[in-house]
Design a protein around this ligand. Sequence first.
Ligand code: AMP
Length: 286
Amino acid sequence: MGSKTKIIRTVTGLRTQVNKWKKLGKSIALVPTMGALHAGHLSLVRLAHKKADIVIVSIFVNPTQFGKNEDLSKYPRTEKQDKEKLEQLDVDLIFAPNADQIYPDGFSTSIHVSGVTAPLCGQSRPTHFSGVATIVAKLLLQTQPDIAIFGEKDFQQLLLIRQVVSDLNIPVKIIGGPIVRESDGLAMSSRNTYLSEHHRAIAPLIYKTLKSTAKKLTNGEQPGKCISEAVKTLTDAGFKIDYLELRDSKKLSSFNSAIDQPARLFIACNLGKTRLIDNIKVTPPK
Ligand code: AMP
């Protein structure tokens, strides 16, 4: 445990190393991140070790997925600590590209995905998913892994990535990892560090409300009513709700009548200036 993990910052360097491993017949997993690593990210690394011989973690704070008034400049950058954490987990390689390796002068391509990107975060962050689709496609093509692992914490992002990989015939298997939570239920996020003490104390109400609402839905209670109650609970506690919506888990379509297929309840809300997202599986009523 804890062997030295190499950091590579160029695509040429990355490809040279990956090709050496491929020639030895090793399978390769990529875990893309924006750094500021927490136990959620590390769970994806552990999953990657179970699925492939070699684990590569990329760290790149991707400017194109941040909106104009979002938190790009203050997003936590903690490469030294990230490296230590990844070394502990025997990650084989960190790909932390210089910005010009991702967006060289004259870069002019952007991937637009319709369908799954339309609702939820697509409404409030109109340029976000094009930024995500473009960076993930680039990282996959730069690395050419056998598998790539993403968290269900960003469930809409996971669906978008599956869509891009399928539509563009990128030869990689996409695997989703479950959401890792703090002991009080708050979904781990690099943005949790922005929360004031007061907001951190009330933040677990998000998951508590999701859980109780999912239970009511499974018990056959009417979705409109359950969701209004949940919005009221959170709003009364000081949350500003962006959305709280029930959607099917494949296409993110809304339900016109009964919940008749696998569903999830999705939330995005603000606590002060911090935007938090979460989601939970909803088992359809029997
Ligand atoms: P990020 O660094 O926020 O871009 O996240 C990198 C990857 O880690 C994405 O696939 C996220 O969905 C995943 N991730 C972030 N937080 C969690 C969490 N709490 N549990 C599981 N996966 C997570």
